[in-house]
Design a protein around this ligand. Structure first.
Ligand SMILES: C[S@@+](CC[C@H](N)C(=O)[O-])C[C@H]1O[C@@H](n2cnc3c(N)ncnc32)[C@H](O)[C@@H]1O
Length: 301
């Protein structure tokens, strides 16, 4: 089952009151959402996910608490289209859930043999199979290097292209083996050599970084004065996007910095509230949390 990361901290930072209107952009298995719903008996929860399986599980969990919620089965990139009111809080808990990773037939994991898939939304057309078998060499190098931060991107991508000339690469195990054969012996012993490449392909299949950047900018517009956005990220590229956007909207433009008095209309609309990592107890208890980070911003005017 999925164990929610930074649960207590993110709920606390959302500053809930009984009537809060909250958007959970990543419902998953309902860990955060069920805690939120319990604390807002007179409020309302909108919850997004693009994975129908996660939704049907979470729906049962939320139903047992109250009816003050609506699950929206779509990509959270559509947040502005779907939410037609200003809200008190928005949560992003990015990435995939443990059940998505653990379920062999979703094709996310190099530990489990399955067809190459990696789609969070199973109605989507693009799959990991398409990326691995149809993208040209340079695109593969770019993806593996940028999204995977993999130092052997070039030799891995070349290995993939060479292998698929003989036969299509169908499964996670075939791909993991090709990756293994195209990194130095020493690297194979340090960590699982397929980890970063699998992450890169997953990010490409789900367009995770572009989608998050657009949604986070839209989320800033949906927040009421005094409302907060909490973002939990799991790798440095997602975190960098969040950090940069939060910095841009919470700092004074350079040309105004030296003015003796800053007129209210030029003051930043947002202020940064927190930037924290899980404590050591959580990391010891849940290994998945070790790369997590929570950033929080508040609308000040
Ligand atoms: C880390 S899990 C969330 C876990 C949840 N907070 C909990 O405590 O149970 C991330 C969830 O967000 C969903 N997700 C990720 N990116 C999404 C997107 N762009 N649009 C909609 N759902 C997304 C995934 O399908 C997954 O179920």
């Amino acid at each position: 089952m999925h164990e929610s990361v930074l649960l207590t901290e993110s709920i606390e930072y959302l500053n809930l009151n009984k009537s809060s209107i909250i958007v959970d952009c990543t419902l998953g298995y309902g860990g955060h959402s069920s805690h939120i719903l319990k604390q807002i008996p007179n409020g309302f929860l909108y919850a997004f996910d693009q994975d129908s399986k996660a939704i049907s599980y979470a729906n049962k969990k939320l139903k047992a608490i109250s009816n003050n919620y609506k699950i929206i089965n779509t990509n959270f990139v559509n947040i502005k289209k779907e939410i037609n009111e200003k809200v008190d809080g928005i949560l992003f808990d990015l990435g995939v859930s443990s059940p998505q990773l653990d379920e062999a037939n979703r094709g996310f994991s190099f530990h489990k043999n399955a067809k190459l898939d990696m789609r969070m939304n199973q109605n989507q057309k693009l799959t990991a199979y398409d990326v691995v078998n149809n993208y040209d060499l340079n695109s593969l190098i770019k993806i593996i290097k940028t999204y995977g931060e993999e130092k052997y991107a070039q030799s891995i991508a070349k290995g993939i292209v060479k292998a698929r000339q003989k036969a299509k690469i169908e499964t996670t195990s075939e791909l993991a083996e090709i990756i293994k054969q195209n990194v130095p012996e020493k690297y194979r012993r340090e960590t699982h050599p397929a980890r970063k490449t699998f992450q890169a392909i997953r990010i490409e299949v789900n367009d995770e970084l572009n989608v998050f950047e657009k949604a986070l900018k839209d989320a800033l517009d949906l927040i009421k004065v005094g409302g907060r956005i909490c973002v939990i990220t799991f790798h440095s590229l997602e975190d960098r996007i969040c950090k940069q956007i939060f910095k841009e909207v919470s700092t004074l433009p350079k040309e105004l910095k030296n003015l003796p008095i800053i007129p209210d209309e030029y003051k930043p609309k947002y202020k940064i509230i927190a930037n924290i990592k899980p404590n050591i107890q959580e990391i010891n208890h849940n290994k998945r949390s070790r790369s997590a980070r929570l950033r929080v911003i508040e609308r000040s005017r």
